[in-house]
Design a protein. Structure first.
Length: 462
């Protein structure tokens, strides 16, 4: 290569730092100083975006749930699929980064040939063996940032996949906790119904005795039998729901439903209080927001890749090796080398392909920006919904407990009046039905409070 070409290289290489991508800035979303639905007296958490989300479900102090969450982490097929997607994204980023470096190749040739005696300047035929061993280097000088922007885009996609994995893990953890407490709600409902069946069975025996003694009518006996049978039917329905929920838990943790079971436990744990973070930290805590932002960054970088196509590509090559037809191959006399070519290529006409690609990448960026804004808005809505549910369920729980206690007192009075002959059994039936409904409603509200606590954790990003 001429010396003047070599002197141009130091001037060309720094231009590789140029980028045709637009200046990047994520859309600004106003964050309020506090959540609207956060109750008075709640302490806002100190922002700590780099902290490990950890085993948040440990706040429920349930060893069975702890064990299930650990088993899910090891065997969940959904989690394994998300890990595989992250591995693929990381590999794609490494593949893209390889374009930043020169490519090197090696070659070798052996030719056995006979040269004609009739060729110009020859008097006799000549047979010889030609051996060539060499290599070549090729490098694209990234003047316009095409390669660098492609690397930035693939790296951002890998970061988005990492956030996707975090989001999938958090979603699975929350889904498992929700299914588990649904199972415990059904256990409590079943225990209540068994107690109700025992009480209704005793009431039926009493009514039958009174009927045999001529005190009660056959109508009272039939009413008592109806209430008893209805309670037994509800036990079967709860058992059906529990089996379905148990099977769902088995699938979540990656186990076969046929060989999986959880022993029933009566009673529901109290829902823990969770202090919400400042709204401004939500943008950094939520993995789905982080994934949306990284995809927006990747789309912005791809605009730079598309723009760079309007400018010439510059590449540099080099080659060298040894060639000999006799004597020592790897020796100075047998060596050869070449620096170049330093080539430049520019497409002058492509029918509008490059312009269309720029428009496409801009539209993709606009789509990613809109998705980001939507994800942020949904995140704030999720937090407000969960906080509102927690606040109102706390009030509802007190009222439902009071209603259940009042219904039980009404049932006790109705039974006393029936024993004393002051009323027929219809009054008892109404009181029994009201008491059972009120107690089941109280259990459902306590379970909803547990789900609301899970939803708050999920909405806050873990």
């Amino acid at each position: 290569m001429p010396r003047n070409r070599l002197t141009l290289l130091p001037l060309l290489l720094p231009l590789g730092a140029c980028s045709m991508a637009p200046a990047y800035a994520p859309p600004q979303v106003a964050a309020l100083p506090a959540y609207k639905e956060a109750p008075d007296g709640w302490t806002q958490a100190v922002p700590d975006d780099a902290s490990d989300r950890g085993k948040w479900w440990a706040m429920f102090n349930d060893p069975v749930l702890d064990d299930l969450e650990a088993r899910m982490e090891k065997a969940s097929p959904d989690l394994a699929a998300s890990v595989a997607r992250l591995d693929a994204a990381l590999a794609a980023a490494r593949e893209s980064r390889a374009d930043l470096f020169p490519t090197a190749s090696a070659s070798g040739d052996v030719i056995r040939a006979r040269a004609s005696a009739r060729r110009p300047g020859a008097t006799v035929a000549n047979t010889y063996t030609d051996v060539t061993v060499g290599g070549a280097l090729a490098y694209e000088i990234d003047l316009w940032g095409r390669v660098r922007n492609a690397v930035r885009a693939s790296k951002a996609e890998a970061q988005a996949s990492a956030s996707d994995l975090t989001n999938v893990r958090l979603s699975l953890q929350a889904a498992l906790a929700g299914a588990y407490f649904q199972l415990r709600e059904l256990d409590s409902q079943a225990a209540l119904l068994r107690q109700t069946v025992d009480a209704n069975s005793r009431a039926l025996d009493l009514t039958t005795t009174r009927h045999d003694g001529g005190i009660a009518s056959g109508l009272d006996v039939n009413r008592a039998q109806t209430v008893l049978s209805a309670a037994r039917a509800q036990i079967s329905d709860v058992a059906r729901q529990r089996a379905i929920t148990e099977h769902a838990i088995a699938t979540l943790i990656g186990e076969v439903a046929s060989s999986f079971s959880i022993a029933p436990v009566d009673g529901l744990a109290a829902a823990p209080a969770i202090a919400p973070q400042k709204p401004s930290t939500l943008l950094q805590r939520r993995p789905d927001i982080a994934a949306a932002e990284r995809r927006m960054f990747a789309a912005n970088a791809r605009i730079g890749v598309a723009r760079a196509a309007f400018f010439p590509t510059v590449s540099l090559g080099a080659s060298g090796g040894w060639e000999a037809t006799g004597g020592a191959l790897f020796s100075t006399p047998a060596s050869f080398w070449g620096l170049g070519p330093l080539s430049t290529v520019l497409d002058l006409f492509d029918g509008g392909r490059r312009a269309a690609r720029v428009k496409m990448t801009r539209a993709q960026y606009d789509e990613m920006a809109a998705d980001y804004r939507k994800t942020v808005l949904v995140a704030f809505r999720d937090v407000e919904d969960a906080l509102a549910a927690s606040t109102h369920l706390a009030i509802q729980s007190k009222d439902s407990d009071n209603a259940a206690a009042a219904a039980q007192r009404t049932l006790d009075l109705a039974l006393t009046r029936y024993h004393d002959g002051a009323s027929d059994y219809l009054e008892v039936v109404v009181a029994q039905t009201s008491s059972l409904d009120a107690q089941r409603a109280a259990i459902a509200v306590r379970a909803a409070q547990l789900q609301a606590a899970i939803d708050i954790v999920r909405a806050l990003g873990g």
